[in-house]
Write a protein that binds this ligand. Structure first.
Ligand SMILES: Nc1ncnc2c1ncn2[C@@H]1O[C@H](COP(=O)(O)OP(=O)(O)OP(=O)(O)O)[C@@H](O)[C@H]1O
Length: 593
């Protein structure tokens, strides 16, 4: 095993790897700015022409007797100024095109990316030569010729970063909790892409220095009186054959040193740690709709005793297409009612379709999902796969507390401001301390970053955000996942509290033990292979199950015999028919054994 590096060795590596390029770049900038200012205007002195490097002239002199230490500094100043202007212009253009493509998507994205590819495919130098030849000696033509051919790299970087962040949990959650597209763009997507764009800018700098130098070297760039490094190289190229190598070496050395220093510095200004990402709230590539004005559907959800439940699902059938052309039968003929003031638990083995059903109740089905049946929310039909129908409902009528925990929040900002934003997006007046208190969190939690939250705190923070808009319906997907029994019980009691305050709560879980212990549920629905096989009052379902599958689930609990379920859950691409659990357990009455 390699020996761990000693402290001085580590410091040495850090200095050479990080500090050195930045220090070298800073020294070059100081050289370019301070030396011409200190030396003042240069006058020709032919008695000093073509003197070699020495104590009087460190870099030697040129044909006119100018000191090359000063001339190279002047050239570097011009080259850096032009390169900076090019890099900034190209970066601004690239960010604009990349951000427009990523946020618009679809045809606009395709069109912008084809244009980007087209510009990228053009021979840059040739195009630069054409533009500069039209306006000889103009620094603006040099800047335009370089900027207009170098933005595609930045556009690609920005687009790729924004597309990847767009599917992060905290961005999904921002949409769910009421943020508009514009707010998501400004608060999440652009801040995530800008560090990458900054790296692109720094990487462009040496490239632009070389481009400008090449144009000037070809005699197409700046006039000799506005010497850039390229101009100096062009003037000096004949001197090599007369033995005056220093007229070429001075600007070439400065050019190479600048390139190395800027390229090294771009590594230091790298993108930094990537944002935490985990499994998505929403799978697939379905575009989450932006949200319309509050109140698109009135909050007149009937009370518990009302005949119209807060959510009424009838005959819901969901088929998810797979990459190999098959269909996953995630839900088949599902009937489910959620009433205000009641907590319903949806239980079943992993992969039986619980989360897909929850997605349907939140308008988050993956793109391409085929759906049939009816979903009524607050008395209004909301087609499960119709994005438009869901606008204005997210966070205000239906709140989702997903399974991602701390990853639901932007990792680089504290919890308090994020909760305040959620409340503001939803038009909710509740202050952050009250949102935290509702879920049993101290006010000090507002000052924590998401990674500083424990699992239990993160689960509560997600609930605080999901409840910020005071939704009529709350869907909590595996809210107790990864929590110890005490914490799981606390979270379930919080959900019970939300139901007691009038919310219709659906808890999706396979933690029957926690559900049983907490006694939080009013009703339990049991799902097997995409079908609800049993649904009834919690007390009855948990003590006297009617369906053998429910019995098998309960018999597998530690306090009820710890008997493993027979066989394996069925593949939903080839699901069994109704009541086919019998095939799996071989006809024995598991509930009674
Ligand atoms: N986007 C998708 N495209 C295709 N199939 C999917 C997609 N999402 C889920 N599935 C499949 O749908 C079925 C149901 O998955 P779902 O996540 O709803 O189950 P679950 O009961 O919630 O499981 P878990 O408890 O593990 O979350 C699984 O077979 C799964 O592989």
């Amino acid at each position: 095993m390699p020996e761990p590096a000693t402290r001085p060795a580590r410091i040495g590596r850090a200095v050479s790897g990080r500090v050195l390029p930045v220090a070298a770049l800073a020294a070059l900038v100081v050289y370019a700015v301070a030396v011409p200012w200190w030396a003042g205007p240069q006058t020709a002195d032919f008695s000093q022409a073509l003197r070699g490097p020495g104590p009087a002239h460190w870099f030697g002199t040129d044909h006119s007797g100018h000191d090359l230490f000063v001339r190279a500094a002047e050239g570097l100043r011009v080259s850096l100024a032009i390169a900076l202007a090019c890099a900034v212009t190209a970066t601004v253009l690239g960010v604009a095109v990349g951000a427009a493509a990523a946020s618009a998507g679809g045809r606009v994205d395709m069109l912008l990316m084809r244009v980007t590819d087209g510009v990228n495919a053009l021979p840059h130098l040739l195009l630069g030569v054409v533009v500069v030849a039209l306006y000889p000696g103009s620094p603006w033509a040099v800047i335009a010729s370089i900027s207009l051919t170098h933005w595609p790299q930045v556009a690609r970087i920005v687009r790729a970063e924004m597309l990847s962040v767009r599917s992060a949990e905290y961005v999904e959650a921002a949409y769910l909790w009421g943020s508009t597209r514009r707010a998501v763009l400004l608060r999440h997507l652009l801040p995530a892409a800008l560090p990458q764009a900054a790296v692109g800018l720094v990487m462009l700098l040496p490239h632009a220095v070389w481009h400008e130098s090449t144009l000037s070297f070809l005699g197409l760039g700046l006039p000799p009186d506005e010497a850039s490094l390229g101009t100096l190289l062009e003037v000096a190229r004949g001197d090599v054959f007369t033995g005056a190598w220093w007229t070429l070496a001075a600007p070439a050395g400065v050019l190479v040193a600048t390139t190395l220093a800027t390229a090294g510095s771009s590594g230091v200004l790298g993108p930094g740690p990537r944002r935490a990402r985990g499994p998505g709230v929403r799978r697939g590539t379905a575009a989450v709709p932006g949200t319309a004005a509050p109140g698109a559907i009135a909050r007149d959800v009937p009370a518990a005793e009302s005949p119209e439940p807060a959510v009424r699902v009838r005959g819901l059938t969901l088929r998810l297409p797979t990459d190999d052309g098959r269909l996953v039968h995630a839900a088949t003929g599902v009937d489910l009612d959620l009433h205000a003031g009641r907590l319903t638990a949806l239980v079943g083995e992993s992969g039986c379709g619980k989360s897909t059903l929850a997605s349907a109740l939140c308008g988050l089905l993956p793109q391409g999902t085929r759906s049939a049946g009816s979903v009524r929310i607050a008395g209004r039909e909301v087609p499960a796969a119709d994005e438009r129908a869901w606008r204005g409902l997210h966070g205000r009528v239906v709140g989702l507390a997903g399974q991602a925990g701390a990853a639901t929040f932007t990792p680089v900002r504290r919890l308090g401001p994020q909760l305040a934003e959620v409340a503001a997006s939803l038009g909710a007046p509740t202050p952050v301390p009250e949102l935290l208190a509702r879920v049993g969190l101290e006010g000090s939690a507002a000052d924590k970053y998401p990674h500083e939250l424990s699992g239990g705190m993160a689960a509560r923070a997600v609930l605080a955000a999901a409840l910020a808009g005071d939704p009529a319906v709350l869907v909590a997907d595996e809210p107790t996942a990864g929590l110890d029994p005490d914490l799981a019980g606390q979270v379930l009691r919080l959900l019970r509290g939300a139901a007691d305050r009038g919310t219709a709560v659906l808890v999706i879980t396979h933690d029957l033990q926690a559900l049983d212990t907490a006694g939080a549920a009013d009703a339990v629905a049991v799902m097997y292979a995409g079908r609800i096989v049993e649904h009834g009052p919690a007390e009855r379902v948990l003590t006297a199950p009617e369906h053998p599958y429910t019995g098998a689930l309960l018999a597998a609990l530690p306090g009820r015999g710890l008997r493993p379920l027979p066989g394996l859950p069925p593949e939903l691409t080839d699901p069994p028919g109704e009541g086919s659990f019998a095939e799996r357990w071989g006809g024995t009455d598991v509930a009674g054994r």
